[in-house]
Each structure stands twice: as structure tokens, then as C-alpha cells.
Ligand binder design. Structure first.
Ligand SMILES: Cc1cc2nc3c(=O)[nH]c(=O)nc-3n(C[C@H](O)[C@H](O)[C@H](O)COP(=O)(O)OP(=O)(O)OC[C@H]3O[C@@H](n4cnc5c(N)ncnc54)[C@H](O)[C@@H]3O)c2cc1C
Length: 464
């Protein structure tokens, strides 16, 4: 929850730092930046700025730092853990208008402004036969700056890795307004501490990312996919653990539970899924071998009592992926008086995936909650969205208990409290359990990079 009352900050100084058209003090505008896409409570900023260049970002930060005014970086506002909520008020610094793209196809890389939207980037890259690969559900809103800041990933991480794996170089503005370059446009380097890796996933608490050089991959020549149903969620999740444990490297492998399929069927007039625990399996290849991999995957599914194997062609596949992306809005729309209480996001070692799937299901049953579940199963990631009546405090409380128990179980299983959405506000309380004494080193890093504590206060690190 955002703090209920924090002092307001006088942000009139911004008018002499950045041109009129790039700053707003009006309440109606500030209101739009009080929240993000998460169910966390919002907090009104005192001003919003949209710098158009790195120099403008630097000028705003230097002036805010001199005055001790908090600055919360923001881009698409699609965070699911309250990551971009300005908990301490002050300035929301929106990098959405830094939108340049320069592609170097021969080096398989692109240098892009922080505000470029993921889907727009991939549309531009497609003409070169290339793409930025992590594959996320919020592809039409999430920006490269936000993805770097949360180390986002999604469907395709099982084969291509998370955002971090593709970041070669960053341009970052530090809290005091210095512009620094971290990394370079090469595939490898051993030159000193990797500051870019410190900034990736730091959720705007250490610096503002203005430009990113990303490594790219080729668009695969061949795709094959199937929807596979199983007699139980346990068998479906064991099939995933077995497939990955047998060194199959799918392009994507998604788990969708029966409740999620019920929610999706209710959302659509024209699509209907069989309501059985399901895997959506997609294989990628440029050369031969894909049919053999498909047969291998099918054999593993058969070993786990597979009920049906429904191959999907390219056209059907796009619809199926759209449905998978629609799981969040479909969950929100399912019951007219209910809403999603929180978006669970845990990750465990792949061999423990069946246990975490069972935990969500058993605890939901025990707490009498309807909880659709989906997951980027191939990398051990599970999302769960308990549905509640927001006016029923006791029911909301039960949803938070579910989250608490599942997160602690994931950490016990050797996993993490968040696979991809970041810590934001919601996961701060788990950081000490997850990191132990390392949390003190993280505090030292924060103090070094942001001694006045102006950058995205009350996020990531727990209270001292
Ligand atoms: C329907 C839906 C589906 C989603 N699916 C996925 C998914 O599959 N995978 C996934 O990883 N996430 C997913 N998300 C969460 C979200 O889209 C990601 O966290 C995304 O990376 C956020 O990008 P953004 O541009 O919207 O960032 P914002 O929400 O604006 O900000 C997110 C964080 O990044 C910081 N930040 C933003 N820009 C900068 C910058 N330029 N410099 C420094 N810090 C910055 C903010 O301070 C904040 O801490 C989903 C969200 C929704 C609503």
C-alpha cells in the first residue's frame, strides 16, 4: 500500500528547467499518474514531466536532487506491483517520449530510446528479419525502459532469456544528473564491474534509463505448436518439468489451468477451449529437426496421460496467443462485482514446478478463493490472480494470505518472490527472507547511487 500521507513538494522550479509543454502541474493530469496497472493504492504526484531527450532528463534530475524532491521514473505504466506509483509524491518523470530507434542488422543489435513500446520495436525490426525476444503479454504498452527497469520477460524467455540477457549497453542518468554509459555494443566484455547489470531490474531506484542497445535474434523460420490437455494439473506440470529436464528447448511452453480456461471461455463469444489443464507448446527452428522435437514433446506428454493433442497452424496460433494475453482482462471481467486482488508472480526451479502449482490450488481451495492460474511454465514461472469483491475486506485479506503463503513456499523451494513483475511495493516485505544479509549490500548500492534517496522512494528495498 502507498503511504497515506506524505508531504507535498513544491515543483514550481520545473518551469525554469524544462519547456512548458513538457511539464504538468494540473490536478487532472497528475491524477492519471497516481497509479499503474496494479491493484495497489495510488498516490498523486506533485508534477509530471515528459523529457524529450537525455539532457532534459539530466536537467530535471539535477534540479530535483538539489532540492530533495522525489522522482519516480515511468514509461508505459503497465507495472503490476505498484512499481511506478509515486509513493512519496514529487515528480513523475515519464520517459515515454524518448522514442528513437537505430537498427544495426549486421551486428544483430538496435539502439533504442527508453520510451519505445516493445511491439512497435518488433514491428520495425521485422523488416530486417529480427526481433527483441523476451515476449511479454503487455507488448502493446510496455516500453523498453520499463522492461529494462523490471527485467521483464515472458512467453519466450524459456528459449531466449529475459531482458537482461539482451542488454548490451545502457545510457543512464544518475540521481544527481550525470549521464553515464554502461557496457558497450559488443556481445561480451570483461572490463570491470558490470554496472548495466546493476541498473537492469533496479526499477528506477538507481537511475533513469534513457537509451538501450539490445542484442537481437532472427525471427524463426519454422514454428510448430499444439494445445495439449491433461487429466490433472499435476500431470500437466510434471510434463513441463520432464520436457525441460530432458533438454527440450521450446520457443514457449505455457501452463493454463481449468479456472483460467473457464474465465477465457466466458470472455469470448467466438472461442471455446476445452476446460482441462492445458499446455500451449510452441517450437521454433531455422533448419530441420523441428518435427523430431515435436514428436519428442508429444511422447513426453503421452507419458503423462495426455488427453488430447491439438496442433495449431499459424493463423490459429495468433488467436491462441491473443487469448493467453487476454487472461488478465478476462479475469477482471469474469464476475461483475469482483476484480483481481493481486497478480501473483513466483518462480521456482523447474523440478519443483508441480509443487508450486499444487500449492496455489490447495491454498485457494482452503481459503475459498477462485484463482485462475497461468504460467511461463518452461522457466518455472507461475501467475495466479485471486478474484475478490473489493468491498469485502475479509475476502481481500484472504487473497493476500494466499499470495503470502505461495511466495514463502516458492522461496522455500529455492525460487523467487517474483519471476518478472519486479518488487515494486508488493514484494518488499519478502526481500529480507529471499536475500538474507545481501540486502545490506543492496542498501549500500542504493546509498552510493542515490545518496539523497530521491529515486522511486519506498520501492524494492524493505524499510531499514
Ligand atoms: C496485462 C498485463 C500483462 C503483463 N505481462 C507481463 C509479462 O508477460 N511479463 C512481464 O515481465 N511483465 C508483464 N506485465 C508487467 C509490465 O508490463 C512490465 O513490468 C513492464 O516491463 C513495465 O513496462 P512499462 O514501460 O509499462 O513500465 P512502468 O510501469 O512505467 O514502470 C515499471 C518500473 O520501471 C521503472 N521505469 C520505467 N521507465 C524507466 C526508465 N526509463 N528508467 C528507469 N526506470 C524506469 C518505473 O519506475 C517502475 O519501477 C504485464 C502487465 C499487464 C498490465
Amino acid at each position: 500500500m502507498a503511504p497515506e500521507s506524505t508531504p507535498n513538494h513544491d515543483c514550481a522550479f520545473l518551469d525554469s528547467v524544462i519547456t512548458d509543454s513538457r511539464v504538468a502541474h494540473a490536478e487532472s493530469v497528475r491524477e492519471q499518474y497516481a497509479t499503474d496497472a496494479s491493484p495497489h493504492s495510488g498516490r498523486m504526484p506533485d508534477a509530471v514531466v515528459w523529457p524529450g531527450s537525455t539532457d532534459e532528463v539530466a536537467a530535471v534530475l539535477a534540479a530535483a536532487n538539489d532540492r530533495g524532491v522525489p522522482v519516480t521514473p515511468r514509461s508505459g505504466g503497465s507495472g503490476l506491483e505498484g512499481n511506478a506509483i509515486p509513493s512519496a509524491g514529487g515528480i513523475v518523470l515519464n520517459t515515454a517520449e524518448i522514442e528513437h530507434v537505430e537498427v544495426s542488422p549486421d551486428d544483430l543489435q538496435a539502439t533504442v530510446g527508453a520510451g519505445v513500446v516493445y511491439e512497435d520495436l518488433n514491428e520495425q525490426l521485422a523488416s530486417h528479419g529480427l526481433r527483441f525476444a523476451p515476449g511479454i503479454s503487455s507488448s502493446d504498452v510496455a516500453t523498453i525502459g520499463g522492461m529494462v527497469a523490471t527485467n521483464a520477460s515472458g512467453f519466450n524467455a524459456v528459449r531466449y532469456g529475459e531482458t537482461r540477457d539482451h542488454v548490451r549497453r545502457l545510457e543512464v542518468v544518475t540521481a544527481d544528473g550525470r549521464v553515464v554509459e554502461c557496457g558497450s555494443g559488443v556481445v561480451k566484455t570483461s572490463a570491470g564491474y558490470s554496472l548495466k547489470d546493476v541498473f537492469v531490474g533496479s526499477e528506477g531506484t538507481l537511475g533513469v534509463v534513457t537509451e538501450v542497445t539490445l542484442g537481437l535474434v532472427g525471427i524463426p523460420k519454422h514454428r510448430r505448436a499444439a494445445l495439449v490437455t491433461f487429466p490433472s494439473r499435476a500431470e500437466a506440470s510434471r510434463a513441463v518439468a520432464d520436457a525441460i529436464g530432458s533438454a527440450l528447448v521450446p520457443g514457449a511452453i505455457e501452463f493454463i489451468d481449468t479456472t483460467a480456461l473457464t474465465v477465457l471461455n466466458a470472455y469470448y463469444d467466438d472461442i471455446s477451449f476445452e476446460e482441462q489443464p492445458t499446455l500451449l507448446l510452441e517450437l521454433h527452428a531455422n533448419n530441420s529437426g523441428i518435427e523430431e522435437d515435436l514428436a519428442f514433446a508429444k511422447a513426453i506428454c503421452e507419458d503423462h496421460g495426455m488427453r488430447s493433442w491439438d496442433p495449431a497452424d499459424e493463423a490459429e496460433l495468433d488467436d491462441i496467443w491473443q487469448a493467453r494475453r487476454d487472461k488478465y482482462p478476462a479475469s477482471r471481467a469474469y464476475h461483475k462485482e469482483w476484480d483481481v486482488a493481486l497478480v501473483g508472480d513466483v518462480v521456482v526451479p523447474i523440478s519443483r514446478y508441480p509443487e508450486i502449482v499444487e500449492t496455489v490450488s490447495q491454498v485457494s481451495e482452503e481459503l475459498d478463493l477462485l484463482t485462475p492460474c497461468v504460467g511461463h511454465a518452461g522457466d518455472g514461472n507461475l501467475h495466479f490472480t485471486p478474484l475478490v469483491d473489493p468491498d469485502d475486506e475479509e475476502m481481500v485479506e484472504r487473497a493476500h494470505e494466499l499470495n503470502e503463503r505461495v511466495v514463502r513456499k516458492a522461496i522455500d523451494l529455492g525460487g523467487s518472490s517474483t519471476g518478472e513483475h519486479g518488487v515494486g511495493i508488493g514484494k518488499r516485505k519478502f526481500m529480507t527472507t529471499e536475500h538474507g544479509p545481501a540486502i545490506e549490500l543492496m542498501r549500500s548500492i542504493k546509498e552510493t547511487f542515490d545518496p539523497n534517496g530521491i529515486l522511486n522512494p519506498d520501492k524494492v528495498l524493505p524499510d531499514a
